[in-house]
Design a protein around this ligand. Structure first.
Ligand code: ATP
Ligand code: MG
Length: 413
């Protein structure tokens, strides 16, 4: 038997309503914030991620699905959502249409990781990117979108924020951080030893336990912010207070991608184990320039849909199945009639089905129950003769007599 690749998952037909429910909510919130959907390709030139995500990050060093296509071009399956959207923003000259450009996406993300609960090799992200707004209000707006989604789903993960400054303040901070990490070098993992001088900030985000312990004692970036970055961070906090969004400042949050500047944030759900970050994002003022565009400030986030589902489960939030079939037409020797009746109900916009596998009446009733049909209508010769059927309400175990001609009307309400 051929099985699915490690770290991937089937979304089974009986589970898909959960995704549809969440996706409906995501679209609703995106609409309220006037974000438009963008879809970019599943794969891009590898170069985009080397420059965009950063070539000393775990994602680029260890996790990308990269291969040469048949013409020898290096291709990479999206390891995150932002770089592709940023490329599209530049390539399509979107700034001409007026800034800010605000968009959302839902995409597969591919990372060669060690699979475990909440950590897959193909997962899905809902993401938001906003280009062209520099002020702290935009950072708060991005955070507020994520918060509105959690509210809409009745979930309550905690928000942690930090600022990692700009190129200038980070230069000074790097010196202090390297000094500290040098003194702890023996305890670091092999990768971190290597990137100590190239990209010390990455060490604060390493998943290795020893590195995490060492990271806890590191000097805080917040003590090294330049005046402008400090004012910006104060502005973000003010804006969040103004919106009544609760947060905790956590200086160890640095995020796993190189493109962030200033604000970074994570929503963490305590209930879903070690892999508890449901949503992560921040400001990335240097990315657009980094991939060859005219400088443009930007802010956004990515939210893991699988982890959103885990959070919903952990918090005991029930996802209602709004997609259950409306009616099942059971045939008692009236197959041709049932086929036509079902067709006419569907034309009237009612989800309807009838027996396709030659079951007897009792088995048809059982099946209707199994698929969760709200109503069952049994059609035999008597019903055809009288033109009246009894509509069985499966939820309330009640039934009502209805004229066949009125059936569609009856079921619509
Ligand atoms: P982590 O620290 O858990 O590795 P990350 O910082 O790599 O997460 P991001 O790159 O910010 O995550 O991705 C945004 C969101 O996508 C995460 O907050 C998480 O909800 C989800 N996510 C990331 N990697 C995975 C994965 N391998 N499997 C499932 N969901 C994931
Ligand atoms: Mg990761």
């Amino acid at each position: 038997m051929i099985t699915l690749p490690k770290g991937t998952k089937d979304l089974l037909p009986q589970e898909s309503y959960k995704w549809h429910y969440i996706e409906k909510k995501l679209r609703k919130i995106a609409g309220l914030y006037q974000l438009n959907e963008i879809r970019t390709p599943t794969f891009e030139h590898t170069e985009l991620f080397l420059r965009g995500v950063g070539d000393t990050t775990d994602i680029v060093n260890k996790e990308m699905y990269t291969f040469d296509d048949r013409s020898g071009r290096s291709i990479t399956l999206k390891p995150e959502g932002t770089a592709g959207v940023a490329r599209s923003f530049v390539e399509n000259n979107m700034r001409e249409g007026g800034l800010p450009v605000k968009c959302w996406y839902e995409t597969s993300v591919f990372r060669y990781e060690k699979p475990q609960a909440g950590r897959l090799r193909e997962h899905h992200q809902f993401g938001v990117e906003m280009f062209g707004a520099e002020g702290p209000c935009a950072d708060a707006e991005a955070i507020s979108i994520a918060k509105s989604i959690f509210d809409e789903l009745g979930l309550n993960p905690r928000l942690y924020i930090n600022s990692i400054g700009c190129r200038n303040c980070r230069k000074v901070y790097h010196g202090a951080l390297i000094g500290y990490l040098e003194s702890q070098k023996e305890g670091l993992c092999a990768t971190c030893k290597e990137r100590l001088h190239v990209n010390p900030l990455r060490i604060l985000d390493c998943k290795n336990e020893n590195c995490q312990r060492i990271a806890k004692g590191a000097p805080s970036i917040l003590d090294y912010l330049c005046e402008d970055c400090n004012a910006h961070f104060e502005g973000v906090k003010h804006s969040l207070d103004n919106l009544g969004i609760a947060y905790t400042v956590n200086p160890t949050i640095v995020r796993g991608l190189d493109y962030y500047t200033r604000t970074v944030f994570e929503f963490i759900s305590e209930g879903i184990g070690a892999k508890s970050t449901v949503c992560g994002g921040g400001r990335y003022n240097d990315l657009i320039e980094g991939i060859g565009g005219k400088p443009c400030p930007a802010v956004g986030f990515g939210m893991g849909i699988e982890r959103l589902l885990l959070t919903a489960e952990a918090e005991g939030s029930i996802i209602p199945n709004e997609e259950l079939p409306t009616v099942y037409i059971a045939s008692m020797g009236t197959d041709d009639y049932c086929q036509r009746l079902t067709a006419s109900l569907r034309k009237a916009g009612i989800s309807a089905s009838f027996d396709l596998v030659g079951r007897g009446l009792k088995a048809q009733m059982k099946f209707a129950d199994k698929i969760g049909a709200k109503y069952v209508v049994v059609i035999g010769d008597n019903e055809l003769a009288s033109g009246i059927v009894s509509v069985k309400n499966m939820r309330e175990s009640s039934q009502e007599e209805v004229r066949i001609d009125d059936l569609a009307h009856y079921l619509v309400k």
